[in-house]
Design a protein around this ligand. Structure first.
Ligand code: MV4
Length: 472
């Protein structure tokens, strides 16, 4: 019997090994393109980079086995240019496309085109994408799966009178969200009838302009929330696990600045409860690949499902460092049909990890972008520091793309140690002459509330005395 199982396991292993891709195309740029190339090299997969005219001197172009220019600097002409990307994939004869994050990573139309061209889209299948197509369908799917959701409208808000009726039922404060919105775009917080009435039509117009649909809906607004997200990993056979949470409460205008894992706000009991809910939600949409179940957490321990992010995320390294798992490699493996070999009870979380995003922005001047040439650059190194970056001395940060220069990830045996490691890493960092968010991170590392782990989504107001967009 043992021998029979052994033979079967070996046979499966052989089949699964032979299904590994031999060549993939990376439909992205910057640090995530480099991160994917690194995983591919270690897996023995050849890589094809695509790049815009603005990115000809980028490291992803140099480090990939092949590289093709796909268009002009503007994303619409290059990294969002589906015909150019598919042509590049056909010319180079790749078996799969890795979309990274942003750009086409959550575009179900692109995923379907890949499928119809017999190219594997490294991401969830179009079925689970469609089950989460708009936020109201997503809420309803998760409610049916038994996840807690914030009280809110069951249908799109038609007009002012409809909005007033719903607001009086769920009570202020309320938040208006675009049905096709995501990541906080197009949200508005209202505290009274006057603000609600004046917000409805502009919110509909903005939703139409930004997402191509004027549909909006309303939820009770949870104040003093923390942003807690669970990393999901799933194979194609319904085996779904979570790799713990990340606390991303320190944000500005829905751009995360710092992420950490584990969250100082969770104990093991709450972690299990939220982790179970995250896995239950992913199972309800038959999720495959890596994904993130996003929740907001109230001070009293109540939590609510917010969104399912169907891509690898910027902040994935904090999870990798505390779990000792390479998420990109697993994302590629499960896309080939390989089985997960890790069970939930084998996921061991060790120590604590913090990621600081170093952006080319001026935090003392309303975070205005500060693109330009990096004349002097020195990255920190040493024990327990990881740097994910595409920058080098002499590299020019382009105004066309997002302003992230580097991610610094510090891993310690506990949160206090991770903070000490991050502090000394930030002291070693030199980027000149462009302005960066490094100084802000140094301030955060000395902030009393941060040191106590008491961070909410309004944290930056304590440092700068400013209000975030949707709270204005
Ligand atoms: C909320 C919320 C409070 N109540 N929904 C932001 C990102 C998106 N995924 C969901 N988001 C939020 N939804 C309800 N019902 C708080 C946030 C939120 C937030 C809101 C305003 C300013 C900053 C924020 C940062 C994280 C989350």
């Amino acid at each position: 019997m043992a021998l029979a199982i052994g033979c079967q396991t070996i046979a499966l292993w052989l089949i699964e090994r032979s299904m590994m891709f031999s060549k993939i195309l990376i439909a992205n740029r910057g640090e995530i393109a480099l991160r994917i190339i690194r995983a591919c090299k270690e897996l023995g997969i050849r890589t094809v980079a695509v790049y815009s005219e603005a990115d000809k001197d980028s490291l992803h172009v140099r480090f990939a086995d092949e590289a093709l220019c796909i268009g002009g600097a503007s994303p619409a002409n290059s990294y969002l240019n589906i015909p150019a990307i598919i042509s590049a994939a056909e010319i180079t004869d790749v078996e799969a496309i890795h979309p990274g994050y942003g750009f086409l990573s959550e575009n179900s139309h692109f995923a379907e085109i890949c499928e119809s061209c017999k190219i594997t889209f490294i991401g969830p299948n179009s079925e689970s994408m469609n089950m989460m197509a708009d936020k109201m369908t997503a809420r309803e799917t998760m409610r049916k799966a038994g996840l807690p959701i914030v009280p809110g409208s069951q249908t799109t808000v038609k007009d002012k009178n409809d909005a007033l009726k719903i607001a009086h039922k769920i009570k202020y404060p309320i938040i208006i969200k675009a049905s096709l919105g995501g990541g906080g775009r197009g949200m508005r917080v209202c505290h009274n009838d006057v603000r609600l009435i004046s917000s409805i039509m502009t919110a509909q117009a903005e939703a139409e302009a930004a997402f191509g649909s004027p549909d909006i809906y309303m939820e009770k607004y949870v104040t003093n929330a923390r942003h807690i997200e669970f990393q999901i990993l799933a194979d194609s056979y319904g085996h779904i696990i979570h790799l713990g949470e990340r606390d991303c409460s320190i944000q500005r205008r829905h751009q995360k600045l710092l992420e950490e894992a584990p969250s100082p706000a969770l104990d093991n009991r709450l972690r299990k409860k939220m982790g179970d809910a995250a896995v239950r939600g992913a199972k309800a949409v038959k999720y495959r690949g890596v994904g993130t179940m996003e929740f907001i957490l109230e001070e009293n321990g109540s939590f609510y499902f917010m969104e399912l992010n169907k891509r690898i995320q910027v902040e994935h390294p904090v999870t990798e460092s505390i779990c000792g798992i390479d998420l990109i490699k697993w994302q590629i493996r499960v896309a080939t049909g390989e089985r997960l070999t890790i069970n939930q009870d084998e996921v061991k979380i060790s120590g604590a990890s913090i990621e600081c995003r170093i952006n080319a922005e001026d935090p003392d001047n309303n975070f205005i972008p500060s693109p330009g040439k990096i004349e002097e650059l020195h990255f920190p190194a040493g024990p327990n520091i990881r740097i994910d970056s595409h920058a080098y001395q002499g590299y020019t940060i382009s105004p066309y793309y997002d302003s992230m220069i580097a991610k610094i990830i510090a891993h310690g045996k506990n949160r206090d140690e991770a903070i000490k490691i991050m502090k000394r890493a930030l002291d070693e960092l030199i980027i000149a002459p462009i302005k960066t968010t490094a100084g802000l991170h140094r301030k955060i590392m000395d902030n009393k509330l941060f040191l106590e782990g008491k961070v909410y989504t309004n944290f930056l107001e304590n440092i700068y005395g400013t209000k975030s967009e949707s709270e204005e």
